[in-house]
Design a binder for this molecule. Structure first.
Ligand SMILES: NC(=O)c1ccc[n+]([C@@H]2O[C@H](COP(=O)([O-])OP(=O)(O)OC[C@H]3O[C@@H](n4cnc5c(N)ncnc54)[C@H](OP(=O)(O)O)[C@@H]3O)[C@@H](O)[C@H]2O)c1
Length: 236
């Protein structure tokens, strides 16, 4: 059993974030989730936060700190897609995805960093995507935001690695959630045909990787990109 920590998961009201929060609770951690609407799983503290708004993120952290103590594990999970081909993509479609997925991660990790430094312990877990390094037509905005998280985690590792803080990236493949349910059936079948495991992933499989990275056994792992994609990305 790993040391019990205070964990904050962004976007923990559904999908992958919800499953990560559930797993962290089962692991014995104190768990808070941020949400814009709806609640995290039973046993978690739900706080409101909008990823594009630093003030709301600051207020969410302050509430979690007051109720559960300093945040020690941060899972930056909240994210969006606005898929379309480059020639049709508006600047707003590009910048809004970057603002939520990348700048939102910056806002969250920056707010967390002071507390992590003070406690001389931290686990930063960034939820990227296989398409960050693999590429995907129609996802120039999304894949750019997700590739950037690799540089983010590696720079953070170099900045804060000597203070007991690790920063790692999980790169999920195609996981069954609301995000992927929106894709047309033909596109889902096309993805399926390219996945060596020959099936889509489950949210619990991402939660398992997050659980490992938050646990005592992962203390010497930092700047890593952990693929959970049924072999789709292999080495990318
Ligand atoms: N599903 C996949 O196959 C897959 C694959 C690779 C990577 N990922 C990544 O995994 C993460 C979770 O994905 P998911 O499939 O679980 O997605 P999802 O079911 O669409 O859930 C997304 C979560 O992010 C929150 N969120 C989005 N924009 C936000 C904002 N501006 N401020 C605050 N919260 C915001 C949502 O809150 P609301 O409920 O309020 O909208 C929701 O909680 C994302 O970063 C995604 O890119 C997913």
């Amino acid at each position: 059993m790993s040391t019990s920590r205070t964990v904050l998961v962004t976007g923990g009201n559904r999908g992958i974030g919800y499953a990560i929060a559930e797993r962290m609770i089962a692991d014995g951690h104190r768990v808070a989730v941020t949400s814009r609407s709806g609640e995290g799983p039973a046993g978690s503290l739900t706080v409101r936060a909008e990823m594009t708004d630093s003030a709301s993120i600051d207020a969410a952290f302050t509430e979690v700190e007051a109720q559960l103590g300093p945040v020690e594990v941060v899972v930056a999970n909240a994210g969006i897609t606005k898929d379309t081909l480059l020639l049709r993509m508006t600047e707003e479609e590009f910048t809004s995805v970057i603002d939520t997925n990348l700048t939102g991660t910056f806002r969250v990790v920056k707010r967390a960093a002071k507390g992590l430094l003070k406690g001389r312990f931290g686990r930063v877990i960034l939820i990227s995507s296989v398409v960050g390094l693999y590429g995907s037509p129609g996802q120039i905005n999304y894949s750019s935001s997700k590739a950037a998280l690799v540089g983010f985690a590696r720079s953070l590792t170099r900045e804060l690695g000597s203070r007991g803080i690790t920063a790692n990236v999980i790169a999920p493949g195609f996981i069954e959630t609301d995000m992927t349910a929106e894709l047309p059936e033909a596109q889902q079948q096309q993805y399926l045909s390219t996945i060596p495991a020959s099936r889509f992933g489950q949210v619990a499989e991402i939660a398992g990787a997050a659980s490992f990275l938050a646990g005592d056994d992962a203390a010497y792992i930092s700047g890593a990109v952990i693929p959970v994609d049924g072999g789709l990305g292999m080495g990318h």
